[in-house]
Design a protein around this ligand. Sequence first.
Ligand code: CA
Length: 236
Amino acid sequence: MTEEKTVLIVEDEKNIVDILRFNLERKGYRVLEAYDGEEGLRKARTEKPDLILLDIMLPKMIGFDVCEALRKDGDNVPILLLTAREEEDDKVRGLETGADDYITKPFSMREVIARVEANIRRTSMAAPAGAAADSAMPVAGDLSINTDSHQVFRAGKAIDLTQREYELLTFLASHPNKVYSRVDLMEQVWNYGYVGDDVRTVDVTVRRLREKIEENPASPQYILTRRGAGYYFAVN
Ligand code: CA
């Protein structure tokens, strides 16, 4: 009973699109293609894919701008950036523009499929418009979570989180005061069985999450750092 999921590939190199399409279709995904940033943005808006594989260096509009435009729309579709190996700064910049993750070129198809599966929405998250804060569960302070609609509220006001930010928050909040290392979080929240230097992803996601849920992100009250150990959700 699995509903067919749609992956949009935004990439200007035809041979990369072809190999991605072949492997994704073999796994049962419906695949859409776009060969420049503008076409990618248009298709993302009209076709509402379940996940986007987004190259950074694209004609007409670069991947960062596509990502940023979608997040400004309030679209929380999982976005995996395709980056070239030497562009280390791009990874951080990509995550800061709201991407969920990145895949470094040249990539193995096994890695791509694993990341797509780990990032794709497992269920349709179509939250009813204006889901009530009333039915949200208080978590700590003025923070509450509605696990049916996957919405987070602060002082009754909905906060717009990406899927990954939501999962990180709910994971930490459901284990209050327990410290998790970045490697733990990579495994538990990102579902990756390997990590390498990707733990940087955790730091950036924590920072973005703090900017959204904390009153003062520089002096957080919910998601705290235990130096040298990891992160935890603080409840007194
Ligand atoms: Ca390119």
